[in-house]
Design a protein around this ligand. Structure first.
Ligand code: CMC
Length: 428
């Protein structure tokens, strides 16, 4: 007999269905709760609310497990490429050789952007944050593809997904070039995804640029680790915006804004600024830890803690190891890495962090690798976004293609004034 949940309110009892996932995760289906009882559920910050069923990413925060379409993240990090992982997330299976070749071919056919779009770059101040610029440019892409962005049309979906993944690095690199006053470097379609981005970032018309394969490989790893993370803040934003049937460019642009925040992807920039503060401004590790624990201060130890991981973040483990490897291979000695390790050690011994199960997350060490690759600090969150893009797209596609898709529309408990007439309110 199927398991049911029983809920008692006053002297009445109600039966609710139980949904069981493929990894035996259990949920009480409350869709009919209000209709049956007049009650809604309330869960500030969605600590315990499932917003959808999804077959893309499995995450077990208690045991530090992360899998894309069933494949452990550790294996993908070792064996795969970012574009292959993108295919896996979006289409649900690893591509065969011909499919991968075709996919990569499409991703390199669509790397250029419309010349008119380039003029938009001139409207931004030189020091504008690249996440703001990127979000704006991604939303603007919809104005160039008005004939092919209907989310309900499978062919439109396909071409829009390809365009987004192909053009994201071009837009990101153009935004960077603009901020440093250099001319935009156009994409070279014979280069692989990461090498092409690095070339657009670092080559100049006056001088050729050799893409170091070690650098390209390290970027590939970071993008894979960021590629999806089930229903996080930015992904939920993409789903919510997409559920109104707004076009995919609008949905992804909103995801970029959500990712920008320091409690989410923006943490990678904050970590580096925090480590630099320790090195340059004379803060001590102890001071930083005490400040993070001080409830009168809003400061948090960036790169520490996670809503779901209460053991360790498996991505952080891989990145920490990669950090040592990449720096060694590139012959870089970065004092910030030593400070990060010292900070991690001190936090992991501190009762405050132990009791709250706060461990280093994906953002703690990623910035040190990005820095070693020559990526400027204000571009770190952009790199996270580039990695997360296939995850956003896969989640959006899964939602749009699910039968009976509904617009996302949470309820609330109203706590404002009860009815008062306009004239009485004026008198107050
Ligand atoms: N430093 C100091 N205290 C912390 C931290 C931190 N980094 N993270 C959580 N806490 C404390 C928090 O003050 C609270 O304490 P208390 O119980 O005394 O009120 C307790 O730990 C639980 O925190 P919470 O905010 O209720 O937990 P959450 O699950 O809502 O927040 C988080 C998760 C990631 C937003 C939070 O840990 C945080 O702000 N971390 C720093 C920012 C960061 O590194 N973000 C990147 C997350 S991983 C990548 C991504 O998703 O983008």
């Amino acid at each position: 007999m199927a398991e049911k949940a029983l809920i008692t309110i006053g002297d009445k009892q109600y039966e609710l269905p139980i949904i069981i996932g493929s990894e035996n995760e259990k949920a009480i289906d409350i869709t009919k709760l209000r209709e049956m009882t007049g009650y809604i559920t309330l869960d500030n910050g969605y600590l315990n609310t499932g917003a959808c069923s999804s077959g893309i990413t499995f995450l077990d925060g208690e045991n530090g497990i992360l899998r894309y379409r069933g494949i452990p993240i550790e294996q993908l990090a070792e064996k795969s490429t970012f574009t292959e992982v993108a295919y896996l997330l979006i289409y649900g299976k690893l591509p065969n050789d011909a499919e991968l070749q075709d996919w990569n071919h499409h991703l390199t056919r669509h790397t250029m952007i419309h010349e008119d779009l380039k003029r938009l770059f001139n409207g931004f101040p030189k020091d504008g944050h690249p996440m703001a610029i990127l979000s704006c440019l991604i939303a603007s892409l919809s104005t160039y593809y008005q004939d092919s962005y209907d989310p309900e049309n499978p062919e439109h979906r396909q071409i829009s997904m390809v365009r987004l993944i192909a053009k994201f690095p071009t837009l990101a690199a153009f935004a960077y070039k603009k901020s440093i006053g250099q001319p935009a470097v156009h994409p070279i379609n014979s280069l692989d995804y990461c090498s092409n981005f690095l070339n657009m970032m670092f080559s100049v018309p006056a001088e050729g640029y050799h893409v170091d394969p070690e650098i390209s490989k390290a970027m590939n790893l970071l993008l894979i680790l960021h590629a999806d993370h089930e229903q996080n803040c930015s992904t939920s934003t993409v789903r919510l915006v997409g559920s109104s049937l707004a076009n995919i460019y609008a949905a992804i642009s909103s995801g970029i804004c959500a990712l920008w925040g320091p409690r989410h992807g923006g943490a990678n920039q904050e970590v580096l600024e925090m480590l630099q503060g320790i090195k340059e401004k004379g803060w001590t590790v102890k001071q930083v830890i005490e400040n993070a624990k001080d409830k009168n201060s809003t400061f948090r130890l960036s790169g520490f803690g996670h809503r779901v991981y209460k053991n360790f973040d498996p991505r952080a483990k891989i990145i920490k190891k990669a950090c040592d490897n990449v720096l060694n291979k590139l012959g870089i000695k970065d004092p910030l890495l030593d400070i990060a390790k010292e900070l991690e050690e001190a936090a992991l011994k501190d009762d405050y962090f132990v009791q709250r199960k706060l461990y280093p997350n994906v953002d703690f060490y990623s910035g040190i690798i990005y820095r070693a690759l020559g990526i400027p600090t204000n571009m770190f969150t952009v790199m996270f976004g580039m990695g997360r893009l296939p995850g956003w797209i896969a989640q959006w596609k899964e939602m749009i293609e699910a039968p009976g898709m509904k617009i996302g529309r949470p309820r609330q408990i109203y706590t404002g004034p009860t009815e008062i007439s306009y004239s009485d309110a004026k008198k107050k």
